[in-house]
Design a protein around this ligand. Structure first.
Ligand code: FMN
Length: 303
């Protein structure tokens, strides 16, 4: 098979291909990040890190539903101080996105100052986790507060800053105002707040009651949000949500994404299976005569 060029650029950061390990899919073992890099990802996103380690919620934290996966891990993570250790096994050329979570502008500034000194390429602000009180969605629902958080990082960081969005009615207005503050791009989208009830016990399945829905059910929503943001602002976007085969990757890129996050795809498959996605994308490009990803990016936008 002849080859197509899968390289993409995200705010000046060159990736060997558009596939990005989504936040939350490897734990705090540095060997797992190395394994994901060796499997062929273009970039790796860390679990969201908070200033101090967090334990998260008691099990059950994951549930399988007919429509996809529900999780309420509760942002369990080893804390920002663990970042150098987490990255310690990666080769020099590996591209890393560090995801940060917190409750206040000070939390985010503290962690971003640490991240700035580490070998990371992009800082991603998780303003959209749907199941932790005082974090994530609780921040993004308040646009002024979100802008304070964003400014506290952008004003001090030397790295490109991305904001991870979730499903809200006001996200386009946040995007516009965040760009004015100097944000480089957006990761779209986080899980969608949801729940399941066990009909034996007639009680909620998750210990936290509410969790976040991921997997194919949210893919069309994520594609719609990427499309809306790219058509209005033409900025760097990482599309994440429900990628289940290579056609979903092409769909995100056609809607305007430069990078495509892979998450729940890995629940039932080993990380090496991203090779199937890469081969599918490359074959599509060769068959259809596309020589680079940038020729496909945003091609679906109706002007
Ligand atoms: C178990 C689990 C843990 C997650 N942890 C995080 C996290 O720490 N930070 C974050 O920004 N998103 C987190 N996410 C959301 C994913 O990064 C992704 O946005 C979401 O799952 C949608 O993509 P998918 O359908 O491909 O899984 C998590 C998702 C799951 C299922």
């Amino acid at each position: 098979m002849s080859r197509a060029n899968l390289e993409v650029e995200l705010s000046g950061v060159k990736l060997r291909n558009p596939l990005i390990l989504a936040s939350g899919f490897v734990d705090d073992d540095p060997s797992l990040l190395l394994r994901a890099w060796k499997a062929g990802f273009g970039a790796l996103t860390t679990k969201s890190l908070t200033p101090k380690p967090r334990e998260g919620y008691k099990p059950p934290i994951i549930a399988f539903t007919k429509a996809g996966y529900l999780n309420a891990v509760g942002l369990a993570n080893p804390g920002i101080e663990s970042l150098p250790h987490l990255l310690s096994k990666l080769p020099e050329e590996a591209k890393v996105i560090v995801s940060l979570a917190g409750s206040t502008p000070e939390d985010f500034r503290y962690s971003s100052e640490k991240a700035d000194k580490a070998k990371v390429d992009i800082i991603e602000l998780n303003l959209s986790c749907p199941h932790v009180k005082g974090m994530g969605m609780d921040i993004i629902h308040d646009i002024s507060y979100s802008l304070e958080v964003i400014e506290s990082v952008v004003s001090t960081s030397s790295k490109p800053v991305f904001v991870k969005l979730g499903l809200t009615d006001t996200y386009l207005s946040l995007v516009s105002r965040a760009l004015d503050k100097g944000v480089s791009g957006f990761t779209i989208m986080n899980t969608v707040r949801a729940m399941a009830i066990d009909i034996e016990s007639l009680k909620p399945v998750l210990s936290n009651v509410f969790g976040g829905l991921s997997g194919p059910a949210i893919h069309p929503i994520a594609v719609r949000m990427v499309y809306e943001v790219y058509s209005e602002f033409s900025i760097p976007i990482i599309g994440v949500g429900g990628v289940d085969d290579w056609t979903d990757v092409i769909e995100f890129i056609a809607a305007g994404a430069s990078g495509v996050g892979i998450g729940s795809y890995l629940f039932l498959r080993s990380v090496e299976k991203i090779d199937v996605l890469l081969k599918g994308v490359e074959k599509f490009m060769v068959d259809r005569g596309f020589s680079s990803i940038s020729e496909i990016r945003g091609i679906a936008i109706k002007r």
